[in-house]
Design a protein around this ligand. Structure first.
Ligand SMILES: C[S@@+](CC[C@H](N)C(=O)[O-])C[C@H]1O[C@@H](n2cnc3c(N)ncnc32)[C@H](O)[C@@H]1O
Length: 277
């Protein structure tokens, strides 16, 4: 059974969540917030949201746990498949051309709301497939998210068989280890793919992120929808500073209008190229 929340308490949580993450919880999300937090209150043995709120504002660790609980981590392998077709095709063709003229065989990609890892692993697999598993390329994928629980799952890289349904069958044995004995029905992304990823907890709402930039592509998909328009514009603007000239910004299909701004040109639906001017 859920613990009751007053309007005042809901507004306090709404405000702290907005200020910390940019997530804009609408009034109709009240039952969702209550059901996600009730379990935490019960774990802590407290029965009022006011008491939990006091805990959250005085204990940074509890704030992180609150944010873990409110984030929506829905994702899947090869979600919005056309993005991965583009990555394997047009994107890699350009990088191969660049490599011919500069000798530079380096690819840097950022999955900026990576959730439980399906997105950055899909990026890695697409690149490996597109390059014919040519190991002379230096590929690194930064995978970041605000949710510590999702990041732990991403780093662990173990998925149940039903989570692999969008991965073409012919790729399973190349990229996944099949669990045996106590792990039947589970699959782990193989080490050579996991090694391509670096995980970090980043909050998109922060003013800057402790990284240098120079990305050939940034995936920021299905997260901006949770923010209000000024926050969305601010985040996209900041991300562009980390993208190479000529680099690509991948947005979720329902977020495509956020790419309509100076300095970006749509290449395929919801994929934008940073112009080199
Ligand atoms: C719906 S998932 C999208 C996952 C993946 N990009 C995809 O398209 O399948 C949204 C992710 O955004 C993360 N998120 C929400 N607010 C964030 C913030 N302020 N900073 C970083 N990540 C955030 C959530 O934790 C969640 O994992």
């Amino acid at each position: 059974m859920d613990i009751a929340i007053t309007d005042k308490e809901f507004n306090l949580f709404r405000e702290i969540i907005y200020n910390e993450t940019g997530i804009n919880l609408k009034e109709h999300k009240k039952p969702l917030l209550v059901s996600r937090l009730t379990r935490r209150l019960m774990e802590l043995g407290i029965n009022s949201f006011s008491e939990y709120y006091r805990m959250v504002v005085t204990d940074k660790g509890e704030l992180v746990r609150l944010l873990d609980r409110v984030s929506t981590n829905l994702t899947e392998f090869f979600r919005e498949a056309r993005h991965f077709d583009f990555l394997r095709g047009g994107f890699l063709d350009e990088l191969k051309e660049r490599a011919k003229s500069t000798g530079q065989k380096k690819i840097r990609i950022w999955s900026a709301a990576c959730s439980t890892g399906e997105e950055p692993y899909s990026i890695a697999i697409s690149l490996l497939e597109g390059l014919g598993r040519d190991s002379s390329w230096d590929i690194k994928i930064l995978a970041s998210d605000i949710c510590t629980e999702a990041l732990e799952a991403a780093e662990c890289a173990v998925y149940t068989e039903d989570r692999l349904q969008k991965v073409p069958r012919c790729l399973w044995s190349t990229y996944f280890l099949r669990g045996r004995y106590g792990c039947t029905g589970k699959y782990r992304v193989k080490g050579f793919v996991r090694e391509m990823l670096v995980f970090r907890r980043f909050n998109l709402k922060e003013r800057t992120w402790p990284i240098r930039g120079g990305f050939d592509a940034i995936f920021i998909r299905n997260v901006l929808i949770y923010f209000d328009r000024p926050t969305q514009d601010e985040i996209v603007g900041k991300l562009l500073r980390y993208l190479n000239n000529g680099g690509y910004l991948f947005l979720g299909h329902s977020e495509t209008m956020l790419g309509k701004r100076d300095g970006l040109r749509m290449i395929v639906p919801s994929v934008y190229r940073r112009s080199s001017e």
